[in-house]
Design a protein. Structure first.
Length: 585
């Protein structure tokens, strides 16, 4: 309190109950799919494609996850959560490892591939890096003294050097304690000591082996997480624990077209053509040569190592399985009510193998009815790093579209329809559509992606899969989700407060101020605040029978941007939870 020492009038600003509310972040996506490395069935937060590659590996012919995540970041996304799926049965998936023998050819230690990552609570963790990606890890063990050695572990451009190691327990340079340390240990391998007093050869060089991806026995239950043993949920269920996710997609439920690089034809004995490494090294210099049909430069440069062409491919899901998994994704969003699903049409009909056409796309859309999801057609054609430079691969559009969602949310706001935006890193579309086919698909609630001359490949639709015209547009659904979530999370202070008019007025004030800021930012329609929103939290919404039950009811009405209708959200607060009832008027 101020010390009033002279007569006069004094003003004091008193803290009012209830902090100011702010819009929540809505640009965070969640992806479930197939990757070549990384922890299985555990959500990992990713903030760049480089970070994704460091944990989950790069592009693989086995799945579309890497392409989707790359498209997400290329189109404006900044944060996403990744859940890698595979059959967790140890008989199906295992980490690559190798046993190092001593001079007597007896097992001395085992090196196994691991993956380090950050959990949702921010703590560091490590898990076995199951899959064949671990087979790319090489090591070199060099003896420096009778009981000392140096270990060098390499994966691509990452190299770890561990000097002056010892296998004796209690030694400050004990290999197991240093390499397996949770915070400062190796990011590539963990070590298991099999003999405490071995004598190693002077120099041992090797590679980890016997990894398995666990994809041949992959089932839709592994994507949903319903069959995961133990207390930790996997697959899609793992994303339920991440409250900040607003967009979800599963690009890898679709059939994987085989990646078939060009084969190199045998050269004639008199061919002076450069080999692949020489071609890469000198291709930027002005060279003069005579090429032959048997060994054109582009064919030679396209050749891939044999091990890259012999991947463990997942089986193709049937039409019923794909539709079941898409319905599970929709149910996931409808149950949580804080996210929307970005769905893909197939590349080909899973039942007949026929390439997807507008009529088949409309047939696929039948049976899908939800205001928490949107369907996109056709597939995208993107540059494929696994093949010849300039060669394209067809991929589902969900990752790139999720990036468009995120970019619009960050730059303008969640109220902006995620449409009429050019897709980055996309060269073409799988199916070229005219205006007639576009109109038919739009009427069916399918969002079309088209290549417009001079304007690039763009998303040309922003409709949900709902048959209810009040929830026809994606931006309306997502705007209401953001408002509901913000009010829910930022009125938690009201729990266990005295249920009286003082609390009602406090709720009315903070909610009204929040909606007024949204209106001034252009996120609500209406020429005046009264036309844009309404808030009522008084004795009319809180009669004695409601207060006796410990409930506080606040009715909020908002006018989303045209062409949506006026939507009313009824929010009820109790001691244990929040109840939200949406009503259209």
């Amino acid at each position: 309190m101020l010390a009033y020492r002279t007569p006069g009038v004094y003003f004091e600003w008193l803290d009012q109950r209830g902090p100011a509310m702010a819009p929540l972040r809505t640009d965070i996506a969640g992806f479930v799919g197939i990757a070549m490395a990384g922890p299985l069935h555990i959500p990992v937060k990713i903030e760049s494609f480089t970070q994704f590659v460091s944990i989950f590996g790069g592009h693989t012919p086995q799945g579309f996850l890497a392409y989707a995540v790359e498209g997400f970041f290329a189109n404006g996304g900044q944060t996403c959560w990744i859940v890698r799926v595979a059959d967790p049965d140890p008989k199906s998936t295992r980490a690559a490892s190798v046993v190092v023998e001593d001079v007597n050819e007896k097992p001395a230690l085992r090196l196994s591939a691991i993956s380090r990552f950050s959990r949702s609570d921010g703590t560091a963790d490590k898990k076995p890096n199951r899959g064949r990606r671990g087979e790319d890890i090489t090591f070199r063990l060099t003896t420096t003294a009778p009981d000392r050695f140096t270990l060098i572990v390499t994966l691509d451009n990452t190299r770890e050097i561990w000097r002056d190691l010892n296998l004796s327990s209690g030694d400050p340079r004990n290999a197991k304690e240093l390499i397996n340390d949770p915070s400062s240990g190796s990011r590539l391998v963990e070590i298991e000591i099999l003999s405490s007093t071995p004598t190693f050869p002077l120099d041992v060089v090797g590679r980890l082996k016997d990894g398995s991806d666990g994809l041949r026995t992959l089932k839709i239950d592994h994507f949903t997480g319903t069959s995961m043993p133990g207390p930790e949920a996997g697959g899609l269920a793992a994303l339920e624990l991440i409250d900040e996710i607003s967009i979800v997609a599963i690009p890898d439920i679709m059939r994987k077209p085989p990646v078939t690089p060009h084969e190199t034809k045998p050269r004639p004995p008199d061919c002076n053509f450069l080999n692949r490494d020489e071609f890469k090294k000198l291709s930027e210099k002005p060279l003069q040569w005579q090429t032959r049909d048997c060994c054109r430069p582009e064919i030679e440069a396209a050749a891939l190592p044999a091990e890259e062409r012999q991947q463990e491919m997942p089986r193709a899901f049937s039409r019923e399985e794909v539709q079941e998994l898409q319905r599970a994704l929709i149910a996931h969003c409808e149950r949580l009510k804080d996210r929307v699903a970005v769905l893909d049409t197939p590349l080909v009909d899973p039942a007949t193998g026929e390439e997807m056409t507008p009529d088949l796309a409309k047939s696929w859309r039948q049976g899908l009815d939800t205001k928490y999801g949107a369907l996109y057609f056709p597939w995208l054609r993107v540059p494929d790093p696994l093949q010849l430079e300039g060669q394209l691969r067809s991929i589902p559009p969900s990752g790139h579209v999720a990036g468009i969602y995120a970019k619009g949310d960050r730059l303008i706001g969640v109220h902006k329809p995620p449409a009429n935006e050019e897709l980055e890193s996309v060269k073409d579309v799988q199916v070229v559509l005219d205006d007639i086919a576009h109109g038919a698909l739009n009427d069916a609630g399918i969002n079309v992606i088209r290549d417009y001359r001079g304007r690039g490949v763009r998303v040309a639709g922003a409709r949900t899969l709902s048959s209810d015209t009040e929830w026809r547009y994606v931006n309306v659904r997502r705007l209401l989700i953001m408002i509901e979530e913000a009010i829910d999370e930022q009125t938690q202070w009201t729990v266990f407060e005295p249920n009286n008019p003082d609390v009602w007025r406090s709720i009315d004030r903070v909610v009204r101020a929040f909606l007024d800021r949204l209106w001034r930012r252009g996120m609500l329609d209406g020429a005046t605040p009264d036309a844009a929103y309404s808030v009522r939290c008084d004795e009319t919404t809180n009669p004695p029978e409601e207060t006796a039950r410990g409930r506080v009811i606040c009715e909020v009405g908002v006018l989303p941007p045209w062409p949506a209708e006026f939507v009313v959200v009824r929010i009820g607060r109790t001691e244990g939870a929040t109840e939200i009832l949406e009503r259209e008027t």
